[in-house]
Write a protein that binds this ligand. Sequence first.
Ligand code: SF4
Ligand code: SF4
Length: 154
Amino acid sequence: MEFNVNEKCIKCGKCINDCLTKALTFDDNKNIIFDEKKCIKCQHCLAICPTGALSIDGKNPENCELANNKPESEKLLNLIKCRRSFRKYKHENLDAETMQKLKDMLHWVPTGVNNHNLHFAFIDDVEVMDDFRDYANGKLVDFLNSPAIKKNKN
Ligand code: SF4
Ligand code: SF4
């Protein structure tokens, strides 16, 4: 597996500290030593590097938001407080470009050891989505009215 550190490295050690399996270490000259046998390909090192100096497993800094681009804590807190699931949408199909953007966002879903072993189904027809929503809502109502749930509510 390919591992590279370029001249942007400021030898801060963040990648080393964040590596769960200790696959990264400094040598005496503060060059980073990579032990491929220990690496689980989680890419935390790439994500945490503040200068975009590190590439691993074919992923470069430009594929990864730099750690110093993270939002300020107040903005993040506000985002967390305001988050909701929206249930009402315009009754029209999404254009292909927006659909693709949403699919691309799924690359950033966090998973254990970054294996991304997930499957998603997309419904790109609003009429089919109507049927699916009715079906899913019906099942949810059935579930909420089931004896086990009602018993727990009492
Ligand atoms: S990909 Fe994960 S396990 Fe491998 S060196 Fe980076 S942080 Fe360590
Ligand atoms: S996190 Fe980046 S800048 Fe810091 S030591 Fe590792 S590669 Fe160098």
